[in-house]
Design a protein. Structure first.
Lengths: 234, 234
DNA sequence: TCTTTTATGGTCGCTCTGACCATAAAGAAG
DNA sequence: CTTCTTTATGGTCAGAGCGACCATAAAAGA
C-alpha cells in the first residue's frame, strides 16, 4: 500500500443499479432511456456518479429515488466492480454495481427524473448501453444465489405475504417451477425465515383457497439453504 | 445514468489484497508494514492504486507481484468495494478489495518491494491500518463461502495434492475439524472436483500411510456444495 | 516389535428431499 | 345449485445424503 502520488490518476466513480421486482410472477427490471450521448436513446441501468462525501450505498439510494421514484426501504446488495479502462468511451469510469430488491414499484411520476424510467421483464431487457448487459446478468445471478442462502426473497414481497407469493418470487428469479407443498415444508422448516402473521387469511388473487399470511422472520441466513434445482452439470 | 459533468468529482481508486495461504494446517495472510504516514509502521494489506489503463484485476496481479513476489498463477476473487468518504485521511479513496488464494508463498526476497512483506497466521493478524481489519474479515468470510460452492480449495494446493492436504485447507479456513472419511466421500462424490493423478502415492509428511494424489478437476461449481458444519443459530 | 499416525473403505441410522396423493376452500362456469 | 378450476395445505413414501462411527492398511518412530 505505497500511496505513491506519482502512480495514481483520478477516476470517476459511479454506481449502477439493477432494480428487480416481481409482478404477476414475472421478474422485471427497471431501465432508463439515455438522454445524451453516448448511446443516446438506448436503454441503460439507472445510476450515477458518487458525490464528494457519499458512500456507494448512499449514492445508490439517492440515484434510485431520483431516477425511479423508489424511495422506501428496500434491500440493496453489492454485485461487483467494473473497472475495464474502456467501458465508457468518454472517460475512465469505475462502476460499483448494486442490485435493489423492491416489493412493488410505484408507477413513475411524470415531471420527475423518473419519468423516463420503465419496467421491463428481465427476459426482454434487450441490448443495453455500455457493459450494462453484463452487469445485469451478473446481478441476476447474484440475486439467484441470494435467494438460496438468505431470506432476500421476502424483500420482493409486501410486509405481509402468502407462501404462494413467496414461492412465485423464487420461480420468477430462478425460472423454474417449484412444488408448492415441498416449498412450504422447506420454508416453514427453516427457522427465522418467516413468522406467522396475526389476522385472517387472504385471497391470493381471487382464485383458490385463502392463504395464511406471514411476515419476514429475523433470520439473516437460511439454514439449511433452499437449493436451486439446477441439476449437476455432469 | 445521467453522466452530468457538474455532479461528479475525481476519486483515487485502489485495490487492496487479502492474500491467503495454508501452511502446516494454518491459514496465513500476507501483510506489509507501511513505510509512510499515515499509519507509518503499522501493518496493512498489500495494495495500490490503479494505473490509468489498468483494470482492477490487472492492478491486483501487478501489486501482488511487486509487493509480495507472488507472480505465478493464483486464484483472484473480488470481495467488495469500500467507499466510505473518510476511510483514508489524506484523500478520497475507493478501494476494490480482492482476495488471492496461493498454494505456497516463496519467501520474500530482500532488496525488492516484497522485502517488507510478511506472513502471519490469520488469527494473529492484529489491528491493521485504515479499515483493513474489516476488509480482511470480509475476505475471510468470502473465502469460507467460496470453499462451499466452488473448488477454490484446490487453489491453495500444489498441482498434485492428497485429499488430506485438501481437507486441511478446509479445516484451516473454516476453523473446524472434519472427519477424514466423510470428507473423502464428499469430495470424490462431487463430479469434477478432483481427478486422480497418475503415478504412485505420496507421503503426506513422513507419517502415516502414503496417500493417493489428485489434480484439480474441471468443475467450476460444486454440486452438491460442501456444507460448512456451522449449526443453525437458533 | 509395538505404538502412533494417516489413509481408506465400510456400515448404520437419521434427516432431508423430491415425487406424489388427498383434502379444503375459494371463485367461475353451467 | 352443481360442477369445475384453482390454490392452499397436509400427508406419505422411497431414495439420497450425511454424520458418527468402526475397521484395516501402510508408513514412521520408539
Amino acid at each position: 500500500m505505497t500511496y505513491d502520488k506519482h502512480r495514481y490518476e483520478p477516476f470517476a466513480v459511479a454506481v449502477d443499479l439493477a432494480v428487480f421486482t416481481v409482478r404477476e410472477g414475472v421478474l422485471e427490471v427497471v431501465l432508463v432511456e439515455r438522454g445524451e450521448e453516448p448511446h443516446r436513446g438506448r436503454l441503460a441501468l439507472p445510476g450515477g456518479f458518487l458525490r464528494p462525501r457519499e458512500s456507494a450505498a448512499e449514492a445508490a439510494r439517492r440515484e434510485l429515488a431520483e431516477e425511479t421514484g423508489v424511495a422506501g426501504g428496500f434491500r440493496l446488495e453489492e454485485v461487483g466492480a467494473y473497472s475495464e479502462p474502456d467501458r465508457d468511451p468518454r472517460m475512465r469510469v469505475v462502476s460499483l454495481a448494486h442490485t435493489a430488491l423492491v416489493p412493488r414499484l410505484p408507477e413513475p411520476r411524470a415531471g420527475t427524473d423518473a419519468a423516463r424510467a420503465l419496467r421491463l421483464p428481465y427476459a426482454e431487457a434487450g441490448p443495453l448501453a455500455f457493459d450494462h448487459d453484463r452487469i445485469l446478468a451478473d446481478a441476476h445471478r447474484h440475486v439467484g444465489a441470494l435467494l438460496e442462502t438468505t431470506p432476500a426473497a421476502t424483500a420482493f414481497c409486501p410486509p405481509a405475504f402468502t407462501l404462494g407469493e413467496l414461492r412465485r418470487v423464487y420461480e420468477a428469479v430462478w425460472g423454474t417451477a417449484l412444488d408448492p407443498a415441498n416449498f412450504r415444508r422447506k420454508v416453514l422448516g427453516t427457522p427465522g425465515f418467516t413468522v406467522p402473521a396475526p389476522g385472517p387469511a387472504r385471497l391470493t388473487g381471487g382464485r383458490g383457497k385463502p392463504a395464511a399470511l406471514y411476515h419476514a422472520g429475523p433470520a439473516t441466513r437460511l439454514h439449511p439453504p433452499l437449493t436451486h434445482p439446477e441439476g449437476p452439470r455432469s
